[in-house]
Write a new protein. Structure first.
Length: 195
């Protein structure tokens, strides 16, 4: 199973099901999980140049609030997934746990970062690429940690959205670095991806 770090916004039990974290009860962790799915979904929609469904603009906040207050997680999960990109639905249907589902989403989301794209153009070899990925993910780790501890991100929709996008970007950078280290992706693969 690939490395994933959700900064205590979401946690999983030993079976891979969404679970309470040290800072969130199970209902808030479930709500954050559904919000995370919606943010991963945006990447697939953008990749295929599709509009974000009205559900995510009009109903998602209400569905998440209901889950936070103890409403049915399974019902909310079905409603969120019904409005997601077909690839997101496929990953959900082919996964045996919530953690596996998120791991599959994460592995399919390419690194689309301005800083990364400009840094890669100067890359010399796979070790240099791994260094760049590590440096970028380290900076992002600090940014995320600061946001979580020093701001009221949960009550500001723009901050919450930016935080979850950064968490996805962080996990994507770390996943890509891991692939570079085990030689399943090369410098030239990355250059084609961002070129």
């Amino acid at each position: 199973m690939s490395f994933l770090l959700f900064f205590d916004l979401v946690s999983f039990d030993e079976k891979g099901s969404v679970n309470a974290s040290s800072t969130n009860d199970i209902n808030h962790s479930r709500s954050n999980f559904l919000y995370l799915i919606s943010k991963y979904n945006t990447y697939f929609l953008k990749e295929d140049k599709l509009q974000i469904p009205d559900f995510f603009k009009d109903r998602l906040a209400e569905v998440l609030r209901d889950v936070e207050q103890g409403g049915s997680f399974e019902k909310a999960r079905k409603e969120v997934l019904k409005n997601c990109h077909p690839r997101v639905q496929m990953f959900a249907n082919n996964s045996s746990s919530d953690r596996e589902f998120i791991s599959r989403l994460n592995s399919a989301v390419p690194v689309r970062d301005k800083d990364f794209s400009s840094s890669v153009k100067k890359v010399e070899n796979d070790k240099h690429l791994a260094y760049i990925l590590t440096a970028l993910s380290g900076g992002l780790f600090q940014k995320i940690s600061t946001t979580i501890t020093k701001s009221d991100w949960n009550s500001n929709i723009k901050e919450k959205s930016a935080l979850f996008k950064d968490v996805i970007k962080y996990n994507s950078l770390v996943d890509t670095a891991s692939k570079v280290q085990d030689h399943s992706i090369t410098t030239s693969d990355i250059e084609r991806l961002v070129g």
